[in-house]
Every structure is written in structure tokens, then in C-alpha cells.
Design a protein around this ligand. Structure first.
Ligand SMILES: C[S@@+](CC[C@H](N)C(=O)[O-])C[C@H]1O[C@@H](n2cnc3c(N)ncnc32)[C@H](O)[C@@H]1O
Length: 204
């Protein structure tokens, strides 16, 4: 994974319009469900940190050193930041109550391996909350996303517009219990590693 000084410097400013248009609410929806010992993967500049009110402690990972330095300035009490890719999480099996990812699976080099890692580090009754932008359902939008991705990837720090992100979660064995389509671009959702804990509750 390469480091992106330019993207990291502009990231917060670029997120202002998205957050104003409703993504801030999505961040809140996903993070307010985060309970107990929480892991956030690909934390970027740490825009989610201020929302983790229900967590006992938050472990955040981020591989890009430039993103990491912004995130470090947002760390709160009882939180820790580690440089790591989501494909190789430096944590033992079954060590987290909650794993959170927002806008990260579009960029991860091997998203299936990362989804397997999410499953590995979740406790048996743990939950995975996510907000991502999978490839559009509408065929014409999906086609536009496929065409735009080679250029977009270069401009946006490796972000793919055309990934079938939910299929990686399913292939890794995560059971998706809830999907909220926010618009034709973003989805938020909840998954668990066993059917017994795969219950809706994201929007509750
Ligand atoms: C679009 S940003 C999202 C940042 C943050 N999650 C947010 O919601 O603002 C994508 C993030 O994924 C990180 N990333 C890239 N490759 C990754 C990998 N292999 N594992 C984990 N994170 C990765 C990038 O460095 C970047 O911080």
C-alpha cells in the first residue's frame, strides 16, 4: 500500500461536503452501535473517533503514515492507534466486541482477506458495522463506475468505485443481518460471524 501525502492533507476538507450532505449522520449511526472493545480499520484521519461514546476502548488501525499522523491528533482517552493493513491485523483471534469500517473496503488491497481478518478478530457474539460504497445496483451507474475507476483510483488514493463490497463480507463467512441503502451510492450495514447474533439493530 502506498502513502498519499496529498490525499491525506486534503482529506478532511474533501469530507466536509459529504459529511454535510449526510455522511456525518451515517458515521454517527455506525459508531453509536460500537460497544465494548472496539476496532476501527482504515481509520483515515480519525473522523469517527469523536463518535465512539459507547465504547470501553477503541483500537484504530491505519496503514498510511500521513493519514496516521492526522488521526493521532484526534485520539481520545482509552484509544490506541496502530499502523497496520486490514489484511494483517496485529490482534489475537476473537478479541473485539465490535469492528467498524467506513469508506475503507473500496481502498483495501485485498478486500476478501480483510473481511476474513474482521471475522477472525471478532468475538463469537461480536458485530461488524460498516458504511461503504459498493458498486451501484443500477446497471447504468455501475457501468459509469467501472469506466471511471481507473482514473478515480489514481486521484483518490486507491479508491475503487466498482467493487462488489458486500460479496467479500459474504465470502468471508460474515452474515449480513441488515443493509440500509442511503442513496444510490452509500450503504450502511451490520454483520456478525454467527447466525445467532445476526440481528438487525443498526437504525434502532
Ligand atoms: C476513503 S479513506 C476512509 C478513511 C476513514 N475510514 C473515514 O471514514 O474517513 C480510505 C482509508 O483506507 C486506508 N487503507 C488503504 N489501504 C488499506 C488497507 N490495506 N488496510 C486498511 N486500510 C487501508 C487508507 O489509507 C485510507 O485512510
Amino acid at each position: 500500500m502506498s502513502a498519499h501525502l496529498f490525499v491525506a492533507s486534503l482529506y478532511d476538507a474533501l469530507m466536509v461536503p459529504a459529511d454535510k450532505l449526510g455522511f456525518e449522520q451515517v458515521r454517527r449511526m455506525v459508531t453509536r452501535n460500537a460497544k465494548g472493545k472496539v476496532l476501527e480499520i482504515g481509520a483515515g484521519t480519525g473522523l469517527n473517533f469523536k463518535h465512539f461514546d459507547g465504547a470501553d476502548c477503541v483500537f484504530a488501525t491505519e496503514p498510511d503514515p500521513y493519514m496516521l499522523s492526522h488521526a493521532a491528533s484526534r485520539l481520545r482517552d482509552c484509544s490506541a492507534l496502530t499502523r497496520a493493513i486490514a489484511e494483517e491485523l496485529p490482534f489475537p483471534d476473537e478479541s473485539f466486541d465490535t469492528v467498524v469500517s467506513t469508506l475503507t473496503f473500496c481502498t483495501i488491497g485485498d478486500p476478501l482477506k480483510a473481511a476474513e481478518e474482521v471475522k477472525r478478530v471478532l468475538k463469537p457474539d461480536g458485530c461488524f458495522y460498516f458504511a461503504e460504497h459498493p458498486i451501484a445496483e443500477k446497471r447504468i451507474l455501475a457501468k459509469a463506475e467501472k469506466i471511471a475507476t481507473p482514473v478515480w483510483k489514481i486521484l483518490a488514493g486507491g479508491c475503487h468505485l466498482d467493487r462488489d463490497i458486500l460479496s467479500y463480507f459474504k465470502s468471508a463467512g460474515l452474515i449480513i443481518s441488515e443493509i440500509i441503502r442511503l442513496d444510490s451510492f452509500f450503504v450502511a450495514g451490520k454483520a456478525a460471524k454467527s447466525q445467532a447474533y445476526a440481528k438487525p439493530g443498526l437504525a434502532a
